[in-house]
Write a new protein. Structure first.
Length: 183
């Protein structure tokens, strides 16, 4: 229960920030580039829709889902995702679809929300200030899992950042983002 009590506020905060950005996207911004080299804004939101659907399924011990076409319903999807993770049983054992402990899956979701929130904010030319506790948790997890993440294609090659860089910049560098990226 400790992981749920610790993680749910972080997951909720990161999700709400990212959903707030998605709600602000205008039709003419969907083609803008993002720090994710292969995604424009629409592709990034479509990826986020899949992340929400996938992690809802995983929290319910369901199958690994495939990404579908862009639907424009990310804010609604993440409400269902958070509701699924708010159930104590979601934190027990390992997920059958990926074979990873549920706490690891929750951390993966947190990293996605924090980093992709920044990706979207940067693409839109907006400031982005994630919760410092969420960043600290995501950085610790990512530091431990970076090599596996790269092997699985979830992270790009690391981007060097100064050792005394802010924690969020270190997190971005770990997952292969350049903290100085601009449109």
């Amino acid at each position: 229960m400790d992981d749920m009590d610790d993680m749910m506020p972080l997951m909720t905060s990161a999700t709400e920030r990212t959903a707030g950005l998605v709600r602000e996207v205008r039709q003419e911004q969907l083609g803008l580039p993002t720090p994710c080299e292969t995604f424009d804004v629409k592709d990034l939101i479509n990826h986020l829709e899949w992340v929400a659907e996938l992690f809802e399924s995983l929290a319910r011990q369901g199958p690994r889902t495939e990404q579908g076409p862009y639907a424009g319903d990310f804010p609604e999807r993440v409400e269902r995702t958070l509701a699924a993770w708010a159930r104590p049983e979601a934190w027990q054992g390992a997920g059958p679809a990926m074979g990873l402990p549920m706490t690891v899956l929750a951390h993966m979701y947190l990293v996605d929300m924090v980093v992709h929130g920044w990706d979207l904010a940067r693409a839109l030319g907006q400031e982005y200030a994630p919760d410092s506790a969420a960043v600290a948790r995501a950085e610790r997890f990512t530091d431990e899992m970076a090599e596996m993440g790269r092997r699985r294609g979830a992270f790009g090659p690391p981007v060097p950042v100064a050792e005394d860089a802010p924690p969020f910049d270190r997190l971005l560098g770990l997952v292969g983002r350049d903290p100085a990226w601009t449109t």
